[in-house]
Design a binder for this molecule. Structure first.
Ligand code: XMP
Length: 512
């Protein structure tokens, strides 16, 4: 399989580069900049891309790769800081630009015959974001393009194995960025670019079969995208050897269990076990109002219920999990200490490490949009693979204050109306999340001749790309009106609806 490695020097765009390369049809992986060359070469990459980063090559603590990287024959593309590293390592000179160049720039291609710019215009819009720039080319390199702020905006080694570009081809603000990356992949690395989600499914199926053999696999199914696609993929490989356990903790959305049953109805072979455990969870949550305490209790109870259920299912060698690439990828903190690698967070639904299973994580190399494509490839419905994220502790973090059956019922009904109206307005799949929150205050209202003293529902609708930051959506007033009218008219116990107009930060997406 063709593979390209992206060495991450702390750029916020490293994952984006990997996604672009995959979209072009070459499997790519992001590795920390200091990865030993022997480890890199064990992966037999067709090419290596050095990412950008917030550093200057002369800075004392600037991240540098394994010394012998530059001795390799493997084709290399340096982007921004990556270009400056290449120049610096090969005897060129890097200097501080008079001004930091940030934003759009016009790239003037000097040498249109160079394979990097084959079939591309002589003048292109590109996105720049740099302080330093290459001031003198290393020996044996030629300049192939310039911009106002960068005399050497693109440089190529005469042996045709090394390319450096000052601009960012991975961002949408560089309209021909994907073409430039494709030229690097095909004309410098010799890639065929034939990787696709169909190929992934075939390979993953084969691998799962070989790994699992005749053994059995269990999986915690949440109804979310990642665990559902994991189930579908493993089912595709080993069918009946898989048992999926869905824990109904009483904190799920309306009709969630039926929806999951229906989704995995007739086309799938695996066994679905539904643990009806609402009483256990709600008993534990009695009188609890602290958000952190709620999460902990729910997490503990989940482990108990799941472990007991797994025991009843019978011996299994493997525990499957819907871990995806952003959960495992190591990144270096921008502006922080580059030596400290962070984030080995696992999307595990809180399962303990000491369960005696081998882990099976067939999606751990995929980005979220790729996971969705795999789901569709395996026949999961579009509505399912494009669902909005839903927190593990469920509606408990949206029922502020004590979580009781009656308060859950109010929230569940309000939530169903929000989902329904967002779908009808064709907005459900266009926003990151849209949901209701039950706020623990009562307010006065009028109904007919009488006054009411009832609950307040807050509506939260946000847009986001990765949940790290988010903004509230400027919903059309008529959609707000419909949601509000329906909640107040149809949900008994609610007489007021408010719209949350806070961004993250400083607010969070969830209220708890
Ligand atoms: P916040 O509220 O931190 O949420 O802005 C960011 C994203 O994470 C989801 N979220 C959770 N997911 N368990 C989860 O599995 C949790 O305890 C949890 N809390 C928040 C939230 O829905 C949003 O997408």
């Amino acid at each position: 399989m063709e593979r390209v490695i992206i060495l991450d020097f702390g750029s916020q765009y490293s994952q984006l580069i990997a996604r672009r390369v995959r979209e072009i049809g070459v499997y790519s992986e992001v590795l920390p900049y200091g990865t030993p060359v022997a480890e890199l070469m064990a992966k037999a990459p067709q090419g290596i891309i050095l990412s950008g980063g917030p550093y200057s090559v002369y800075q004392k603590d600037a991240p540098h790769p394994d010394e012998s990287l530059f001795e390799l024959d493997t084709p290399m593309l340096g982007i921004c800081y990556g270009m400056q590293l290449l120049a610096h390592a090969q005897g060129g000179r890097v200097e501080k630009g008079a001004v930091r160049e940030y934003g759009p720039a016009t790239l003037q291609v000097k040498d249109g015959t160079n394979p990097l710019f084959q079939d591309l215009p002589k003048e292109m819009r590109v996105w720049m974001s740099h302080g330093d720039r290459v001031a003198k080319l290393p020996k044996g390199w030629t300049s192939v393009a310039h911009s106002d702020g960068a005399p050497y905006a693109a440089m190529v080694a005469k042996d045709g194995r090394r390319v450096g570009i000052q601009f960012h081809p991975e961002v949408v603000h560089t309209p021909h960025g994907a073409d430039i990356l494709r030229n690097f992949l095909t004309r410098f690395c010799g890639c065929r670019c034939d990787w696709s989600m169909g190929v992934f499914v075939r390979q993953a199926t084969q691998e799962i079969k070989e790994t699992v053999g005749d053994d059995r696999v269990i999986l915690g199914l949440s109804g979310g995208v990642d665990s559902s696609v994991t189930a579908a993929l493993i089912d595709h490989a080993i069918g009946r050897q898989l048992t999926a356990i869905l824990v109904d903790n009483g904190l799920l959305r309306m009709n969630e269990v039926q929806m999951v049953r229906k989704m995995f109805g007739s086309h799938f072979e695996f066994k679905l076990v539904v643990e009806r455990a609402a009483d256990r969870f709600l008993d534990r949550l009695k009188g609890v109002t602290s958000p952190e305490r709620k999460r902990k209790l729910i997490g503990h109870e989940f482990i108990k219920v799941f472990s007991e259920s797994a025991k009843r299912v019978g011996p299994a060698k493997f525990l499957a999990q819907g871990t995806i690439y952003p959960d495992v990828i190591e990144s270096i903190p921008v502006g922080g200490n580059p030596a400290a690698t962070i984030k080995s967070h696992h999307n595990v639904g809180g399962l303990p490490k000491n369960l005696k299973f081998k882990l099976l994580e067939p999606l751990r190399t995929l980005f979220k949009d790729e996971v969705r494509k795999v789901g569709e490839e395996l026949g999961l419905p579009h509505e399912m693979v494009h669902r909005q994220p839903f927190p593990g502790p469920g509606l408990a973090v949206r029922v502020l204050g004590e979580v009781t059956r009656s308060r859950l019922k109010i929230l569940r009904q309000a939530d169903a109306i929000v989902i329904d109206e967002m779908r009808k307005a064709d907005l459900y799949y266009k926003v990151w999340q849209s949901f209701a929150v039950l706020v623990p205050v009562k307010t006065v209202g009028v109904m007919g001749d009488g006054r009411t003293y009832e609950n307040l529902i807050a509506l939260r609708v946000v847009e986001s790309v990765d949940a790290m930051t988010a903004d509230w959506v400027r919903l059309p007033p008529e959609v707000l009106a419909r949601i509000s009218n329906r909640i107040i008219n149809e949900v008994r116990g609610v007489n007021r609806v408010c719209y949350d107009i806070s961004s993250k930060p400083p607010a969070t997406i969830e209220w708890e």
